[in-house]
Write a protein that binds this ligand. Structure first.
Ligand code: NA7
Length: 293
């Protein structure tokens, strides 16, 4: 298929590379120059990349970035063509997604929100899990592209439901990780060896994919960004916004937002969200490390 791909960040670059590998004709655009993907045409603007494309796939930071790419200067709007599909793998506001979809629908363009879970490693391996919102027919047409970038697609309902689902998923990741990080901090303070604690956690009902993924990085003290704290904070705020719009109270997530706010103020915004542990350690005056080290 002819695909235009916007956003060559941590996730987008690997996703676009996997589309090329699967044999699709890909044009890429990134806001800041100097990023490209082997085998893809580098375009000067979103409109340039999308001219003649059947599908436009976006993976940019936030709601404002998606709006700029679609409707800003040099954006997609002038080259929208009936039959085109826009797919968005950024995590953004569900209500803004519905607005954007309405606006392009007037031009005969389908809009599928397709945020994903799986982080940097899954983006590289082509094993992302997508949660999508949109028409059955549009999703069916996107299948070859989903297959090139991921291993599973969950169709959650109409446009906007993918984003709503993503917020619900990241709410859980943020709270599960906070529980794990607080447990490790208290364990360190009480003198419980983390290397003895981890196998117990994994053998019990406390076990979680979040712990599976993050524990090895914590033990190596590697907080380089797989999923940057600034993006998790964005998602926490999006979830709190959506909760406010629908009159839902999320006291746990509100407390976690404060931890992320302080961590961001302390200069950790570009580190992985797992680095919120270091803030808890600082407050407790301990460091989580294996007794053997
Ligand atoms: P990154 O690595 O921070 O990449 C973000 C990308 O978004 C990057 O290509 C940015 O371009 C681009 N961006 C940011 N702001 C804009 C605006 N205003 N206009 C156009 N493009 C923009 O994020 P990830 O790849 O980890 O994640 C991307 C999304 O998936 C995000 O919503 C996550 O929550 C999930 P730059 O290179 O800075 O010019």
């Amino acid at each position: 298929m002819r695909v235009a791909f916007f956003g060559l960040g941590i996730m987008g670059r690997s996703m676009a590379a996997n589309l090329v590998k699967a044999g699709h004709e890909v044009a890429v655009w990134n806001r800041t120059g100097g990023k490209d993907v082997e085998g893809a045409r580098s375009a000067a603007s979103p409109a340039d990349a999308a001219a003649g494309a059947e599908v436009v796939w976006m993976c940019v930071s936030d709601t404002k970035a998606v709006e700029a790419v679609l409707f800003g200067v040099g954006g997609l709007e002038p080259v929208l063509a009936a039959g085109m599909i826009i797919a968005d793998s950024s995590t953004i506001s569900p209500s803004a997604t519905r607005r954007f979809a309405e606006r392009v629908k007037a031009r005969g363009v389908d809009y599928v929100d397709a945020p994903m879970t799986g982080s940097k490693i899954a983006a590289e391996a082509g094993s992302l899990i997508f949660m999508a919102g949109g028409d059955d027919a549009a999703l069916a047409r996107l299948q070859p592209l989903f297959q090139a970038m991921g291993k599973q697609v969950f169709h959650m309902g109409e446009t906007g439901k993918g984003q709503a689902t993503k917020l619900v998923m990241n709410l859980q990741i943020a709270l599960i990780y906070e529980g794990f990080a607080e447990a490790l901090t208290l364990a360190a303070k009480l003198g419980v060896d983390v290397e003895k604690l981890l196998p117990l956690v994994q053998a019990s009902m406390v076990r979680s994919g979040v712990v599976d993924y993050k524990a090895p990085f914590i033990l190596k003290r590697d907080f380089s960004p797989n999923f940057p704290l600034r993006l998790m904070l964005k998602d926490i705020r999006l979830a709190l916004e959506a909760a406010k719009e629908s009159r839902v109270r999320l006291p746990g997530l509100e407390a976690v937002e404060e931890v992320y706010d302080v961590a961001a103020e302390e200069g950790q915004a570009d580190l992985d969200y797992a680095s919120t542990l270091t803030l808890l350690e600082k407050w407790a005056g301990v460091e989580v490390k294996a007794a053997s080290k």
